[in-house]
Design a protein around this ligand. Sequence first.
Ligand code: GN1
Ligand code: MG
Length: 367
Amino acid sequence: MEETIIRKVAENFNFSGNFISFVENNSGNINKTFVLTYDDNGKTVKYTLQKLNTYVFKNPYEVMDNILKVSEHLKEKLIENYGSCDRRVLEVILSKEGKPYYESNEEGFWRAFIYVDNARAYNAVENPSQFYAGGKAFGEFQKFLADFDASTLYETIKDFHNTPKRIQTFLNAVAEDKAGRKDTVKDEISFIIDRADEAVSIQNMIDEGRLPLRVTHNDTKFNNVLLDDETGEGLCVIDLDTVMPGTSLFDFGDAVRSGASTAAEDEKDLSKVSFDLELFELFTKGFIESTDGFLTDAEITLLPLGAKIITLELASRFLADYLDGDLYFKTDYPEHNLDRTRTQLKLVADIEKKFDKLDEIVSKYRK
Ligand code: GN1
Ligand code: MG
């Protein structure tokens, strides 16, 4: 993105000091993220500036409303537990008009946060203990939101993790074949259809009241938690766009499908992609430790199934987008969504092979 646009948008926010430079952070698949450096009377300060994807988030005002409410609640919990919420929660910066966003016809919808310094998000686990820290942080996030009133939240993306609806949307994409790609992905389509009955089982259990709906994050990729550079501890859960009612199984599952994978989400060489049991165990340990006492027995038992189904659901979303002609996820090349589909399907196959071991690991940490 051009510096003139970034500067123009930035001028509309309450940033202090003078603009020095910006860099783009390319790790998200939906929004555009930039880190801006300012000089405030000799002190360097940084801000995160994001352009929200309004094709994905149809009502961005509701997204910001949710974020403000959730972060207020988190602040209270953090102060209770740590004595301070400093660096541990997203801090929205208001526009010069006092709104939690800036928008214009030309530039679109933008928002800004204080940049959390001396902390980093990792696209891949670099050292196993990081994933234990991630498990603790995402588990704690669940715990802190356990008493948040879900009825005050907007549903920012309708039926976001309603797997039966996701499968139906995928089947519609196959039937419509808008981009004319169906014949090249027959094996991938069959793989998903063969597992459709099992894929809907978690949503069915929610509908039948056998699994509780909670306030969940719904996008717990490992790179959505910042780890403190100094202590390695999980410091701040970010990307709160999809905090909505959901199931803990998918927050757990989405984190392990991303962090316990031995390769990137878009790795082309599938021989590099597998589901790492040591990493799964570390995350499980951290997650169960911090959710101790409020997850039900059924939820704990079904954690491995949560991992399998959310991975299959994501594969169906990537493949549906590929069939539609790449409208939803950012892509860098024509087969990007297909490569992503294949890594997720490889992970599902590996999770199936290792399923008994996953059950054993979960039982080991059940209190
Ligand atoms: C998107 O925004 P980001 O990159 O954290 C997507 C998630 C997917 C993820 C896969 C709103 O997350 O659901 O799991 O890509 N977010 C949305 O990488 O669709
Ligand atoms: Mg996101």
